[in-house]
Structure formats: structure tokens, C-alpha cells
Design a protein around this ligand. Structure first.
Ligand code: GDD
Ligand code: MN
Length: 381
């Protein structure tokens, strides 16, 4: 067996035959299997079993009665069941076109990668199949936030939110995965530095049925993100908080020395901006310094950003107060929170961005895959 295709399904009955037909047509005489990990309440399992009887290639089904970890958990169970070392994960609704699989295999066969991600956001790809403008905006914004939280591990990946990827199971620490919600690829990439290859793909329309994405899934994703990345962001917040206090103390001291409050505020801000930069260098982004070029460049970017931020924040605040009639303290709080997020994104993605080639040179650790033990009923065909 050269390839195990893992398809998580939740009520995808009408898509099963079409999916298998197109996979079979595309992969022809390659040696592969398809594993459905199913939590459906419709006739999906019956359809899979019926299709398996007629299929020229192995089609297997794991039907779970109680879905605990949802989509992400289903994918992990699929890894445990897979007969092949290389596993391809794809949706069961044909939004991930099977015709793209050969290009993904070619990229993997070219070597030097642990994972090949089919990306909507690499040049040549697109996300037109996303339901509407809201989904597109949410997808773009969450991709940006996610990449800023894992700037190094995700530096080679333009689409960490995709569910279409080909991975060397032995490069993944299966036991460490704690899937929650939809975004299993993100967790795989966040837990361990993998060597990432990308191929662009065009996200298609659903063949039949409805999306299971929901507001709840969005909240799960944010929780997962916070859990995976509590480290850097919270350290960044601590440094920012300490800076704010230092800023006020310095300003107070200067006023006591006889300075007017405006120059006192300016001096206090500049001193804090410099102090913050040093703390970011030595605490928050210490592990990324070596790869992100010269310290003077980083300083200029950080210093410019923080000064611009101060200049922009005040007028925005006054627009909120005068224009939108928001109480001034609330407006100040809102702009501070927004500024914090933007500042974090900017530092993680721009100031400390790894220079080209720096990360791909890092080698990934390898450990043997854990043996399969799922304890649940599997029906092999
Ligand atoms: N086993 C199992 N259990 N499968 C599930 C569950 C679950 O609880 N929930 C959803 N699935 C399956 C669906 O049946 C489908 O095959 C696949 O997971 C993706 O679900 P969709 O309902 O089609 O979600 P989507 O199209 O909104 O999201 C897809 O696109 C995202 C990119 O925007 C998924 O591929 C995401 O992984 C991807 O990130
Ligand atoms: Mn879908």
C-alpha cells in the first residue's frame, strides 16, 4: 500500500459514490486505500459499504457511534488505521478535487518534505468555493492571526486552515495530538516543526449536502489556537502590560521634575518603546532572532510601527468618541486592544519574519508512528 486516503464524513451520503468514482479515475492503478471515518446519522455508512463491495480498490469504514472529537478526532483515528505511511486527508463533499492528488503525490515524491499542503492561498489557488463573503473574510482573517501566532512553524504554509493535505504519518507525533474541532492540520503543524511543501488548488463547490461549519466550530478553533499558542502571545501581552506601567511611571517622574505633560508623555513613550523592543528581543522572540536578519532592521521596523500606532490611535479614538458616541474610556480601551492585536501580528509576521530559506533548512525530528489501537468497530472491505 503506497497511500491511505482518509475521508472524515458527517452525513455525506449523496457524495460517496461520486467521490470514489473520481478518486478511482484519477489514481488509476496506483496502490491506495480509502478510509472513511464516519460519524453520520444518515445513510453514509450503508453507502460506503455498498460502494466497497463494487470497488476495485480497498474501501474501509470506521463508523463511530459517539463522535467525541468531531472532524479532527476522526482524522487522527484515520491515521491510526492507515496501512500506508503517507496519508492523504480530504473532505467527503468534493470541495477538495481528487484530480489534485497526483500533483500532491509528485511533490511528496520529489522529497525533502514531511507534508504537502494543498493551498487555496498559494499563487494559482483560489477559494471561490467558500460559501459567501463572510466565510471568505473569516477564513482570511483567521489565517493571518494563526500565522502570526506560529510565525516560524507556519512560515512555509499559506493555508494552515485547509483540510486537504498529504502527510508522512511517521513525522507526526500522533500521541501528542489533542484535536478539537475542524482544524487538525493547524495542530499537526503547530506541535512540531515539519518540512512543508505546497501545491495550489482551487477550492470547489460542494457536490451535494450542506456544510457542517458553524459558529461553535469557530469558537472551538479559537480555543484550540489559544491552547496551542498560549506561550508567545501571553508573553507578548505581559511585556506590553509592563511597558504601559513603566510608561506612566516615567511620565509621572518627569512631570515631578518640572516637565510639561506633553514632552513628558513623548519621552516616556519613546523610552518604553525602546525598552519593550529589548524585552521582545530577549524574551518573546528570542528563538527567532537568529533567523530574522539584522537587529538594526528589526529595531527600525518595531520603532516605526509603535510610533505610527500612537499617531493613528489617538484620532481613531476621537472618531469613536465624537462620531460613534462611545464613552471615552471604552473607546480608549477598544483602540488599545485593537492596537495590541495589530502590534502582535506585525511583530510576529514582519519584524521577526524568518529570512527566506532559514526555516526549510531546519530538519524535523522523526519518531516511529504509534501502533493502531482504536478499540472500536471497524468494517474492512
Ligand atoms: N467524522 C466526522 N465527524 N466528519 C465530519 C464532522 C464530524 O463531526 N464534521 C464535519 N465532518 C466532515 C464533513 O462531512 C466533510 O467531509 C468534512 O468534514 C468537512 O466538513 P464541511 O462541512 O464540508 O466543512 P467546510 O466545507 O465548511 O470546511 C472545510 O473547509 C475548510 C476550509 O475553509 C473543511 O475541509 C475544513 O477542514 C477546511 O478547513
Ligand atoms: Mn465542505
Amino acid at each position: 500500500m503506497d497511500l491511505s486516503i482518509i475521508v472524515p464524513t458527517f452525513n455525506e451520503g449523496p457524495n460517496v459514490d461520486e467521490l470514489l468514482r473520481r478518486i478511482g479515475e484519477t489514481l488509476g492503478d496506483r496502490r491506495f486505500e480509502v478510509i472513511f471515518v464516519d460519524d453520520s446519522t444518515d445513510d453514509t455508512p450503508e453507502r460506503v459499504l455498498a460502494a466497497a463491495e463494487r470497488s476495485p480498490f480497498p474501501v474501509r469504514l470506521l463508523h463511530r457511534e459517539s463522535a467525541t472529537a468531531g472532524l479532527g478526532g476522526a482524522v487522527v483515528e484515520g491515521f491510526h488505521l492507515a496501512a500506508a505511511r503517507w496519508c492523504l486527508v480530504m473532505d467527503g463533499d468534493l470541495q477538495h478535487p481528487p484530480e489534485d492528488i497526483p500533483r500532491m503525490l509528485e511533490r511528496a515524491e520529489a522529497g525533502d518534505v514531511d507534508i504537502v499542503v494543498a493551498s487555496r492561498y498559494a499563487s494559482g489557488g483560489d477559494s471561490k468555493g467558500l460559501a459567501d463573503a463572510t466565510r471568505t473574510t473569516v477564513s482570511r482573517a483567521s489565517t493571518l492571526l494563526t500565522k502570526s501566532m506560529f510565525p516560524r512553524k507556519l512560515s512555509g504554509c499559506s493555508d494552515p486552515m485547509t483540510g486537504f493535505f498529504l502527510v508522512d504519518r511517521e513525522a507526526v507525533d500522533l500521541e501528542a495530538l489533542r484535536p478539537r474541532g475542524f482544524k487538525i492540520l493547524l495542530e499537526i503543524l503547530a506541535r512540531r516543526q515539519l518540512r512543508i511543501g505546497e501545491v495550489p488548488f482551487s477550492f470547489a463547490q460542494r457536490f451535494a449536502g450542506q456544510s457542517k461549519a458553524s459558529f461553535t466550530q469557530g469558537v472551538r478553533f479559537l480555543t484550540q489556537l489559544a491552547m496551542l499558542r498560549f506561550g508567545r502571545m501571553s508573553a507578548f501581552a505581559l511585556v506590553g502590560g509592563a511597558g504601559a506601567i513603566a510608561n506612566l511611571v516615567i511620565m509621572w517622574g518627569l512631570i515631578r521634575l518640572g516637565l510639561d505633560y506633553v514632552p513628558a508623555a513623548i519621552i516616556a513613550s519613546e523610552v518604553t518603546i525602546i525598552g519593550n523592543f529589548l524585552l521582545l528581543e530577549y524574551l518573546v522572540f528570542a528563538d527567532m532572532r537568529a533567523e530574522s536578519g539584522r537587529v538594526t532592521h528589526r529595531f527600525v521596523k518595531s520603532f516605526t510601527f509603535n510610533n505610527l500606532e500612537a499617531v493613528v490611535r489617538i484620532p481613531v479614538m476621537s472618531v469613536l468618541v465624537e462620531g460613534a458616541h462611545i464613552p471615552s474610556v471604552l473607546a480608549a480601551g477598544l483602540t488599545l486592544v485593537a492596537a495590541f492585536v495589530v502590534r502582535f501580528v506585525f511583530h510576529a509576521l514582519v519584524v521577526y519574519a524568518p529570512k527566506r530559506g532559514a526555516v526549510s533548512a531546519a530538519t524535523a525530528r522523526k519518531e516511529p508512528a504509534a501502533s493502531a489501537s482504536s478499540g472500536r468497530r471497524t468494517l474492512d472491505a
